[in-house]
Design a protein around this ligand. Structure first.
Ligand SMILES: C[S@@+](CC[C@H](N)C(=O)[O-])C[C@H]1O[C@@H](n2cnc3c(N)ncnc32)[C@H](O)[C@@H]1O
Length: 273
């Protein structure tokens, strides 16, 4: 089934105006972002040049720019790109943050680089069935020894599977559908696809070595459980502490709402071994 880029663009453009407001109001997403930043810290230099895929409104791009890095933020959606451009202007960041409307399947059009890091957060890469459409561009974009950190939704999410106990089998098992699951966002329908960390590593190929893998929200709830932290503050604190403690251990590094995978680009590695 061909990817419906038009519906994806429309859905996320419709979402873009309220995106930051909803993001800010969601404590689950707030914890997720901070956990991703902590995870990435060892793989960034003091001034990394980062290419961000599916950057949304540029929340992470702004964060990394504020930490002394240079970021080239890209996204498919007209509305999301407009939000990033507004942030660059508003915060006078044009020397450290640039923006380009570009699908991650068209990375041959990227105007800058090479990069130290190619970053994708919160499931943007789940919008295509074949990650090879993205990974084939990486050798031209990454410096030798550079990294990718991709935050992707896997097929097994304990909280969603738990919905089977409430009889909601369709939602509980939707990620396990071989042909992808239909998403409904802001009046638009498009397919989403779920990948295991091993599938991503396989797609990256022999020139990439896995350096770190963590689950993101195995025990703690996914972002749509926005009221959970407010309604169960002690339990939520306990669950995120458990996540932080076990996130790198199997199966919790793969069974979660998302996983965070960092791999290093070592083009001579396959020759040496
Ligand atoms: C769930 S949002 C995540 C946005 C951002 N990474 C964040 O953490 O806030 C998914 C993003 O993926 C973008 N996206 C979907 N398909 C894309 C594609 N083919 N190329 C580039 N961006 C895409 C959407 O426009 C949207 O901004």
């Amino acid at each position: 089934m061909p990817v419906d880029f038009k519906s994806i663009n429309q859905a996320f453009s419709n979402q873009s105006e309220n995106y930051d407001q909803e993001d800010l109001a969601n404590p689950v997403i707030h914890w997720m972002r901070s956990f991703v930043y902590k995870h990435m810290h060892p793989y960034l230099t003091s001034e990394s040049h980062i290419l961000e895929l599916n950057a949304g409104t540029g929340i992470d791009a702004l964060y990394f720019a504020s930490q002394g890095h240079r970021v080239h933020a890209t996204d498919l959606s007209d509305g999301m790109v407009k939000q990033i451009q507004q942030k660059i202007q508003q915060h006078q960041l044009s020397d450290v943050l640039s923006c380009q409307q570009c699908s991650y399947t068209d990375l041959q059009d990227i105007q800058s680089g090479p990069f130290d890091h190619v970053f994708s957060n919160l499931g943007g890469l789940n919008c295509i069935p074949d990650l090879k459409e993205v990974t084939k561009h990486l050798p031209a974009l990454l410096k030798e020894g550079g990294y990718i950190t991709w935050v992707i939704m896997p097929p097994v999410c304990p909280w969603e599977l738990g919905l089977a106990l409430k009889g909601n089998f369709k939602r509980a098992f939707r990620r396990l559908n071989k042909g992808g699951a239909m998403a409904h966002l802001e009046g638009e329908y498009f397919k989403t696809y779920y990948f295991t960390p091993s599938q991503v590593m396989q797609t990256l190929g022999v020139h990439f070595q896995k350096v770190s893998l963590r689950g993101l929200a195995s025990f703690s709830p996914p972002p749509h459980k926005i009221d959970f932290p407010k309604n169960h503050p002690k339990l939520y604190k306990h669950l995120i502490a458990t996540d932080e403690y076990l996130s790198a251990s199997y199966p919790f590094n793969s069974w979660a709402d998302h996983f965070i995978l960092t791999a290093q680009y070592l083009p001579i590695h396959s020759i040496e071994n």
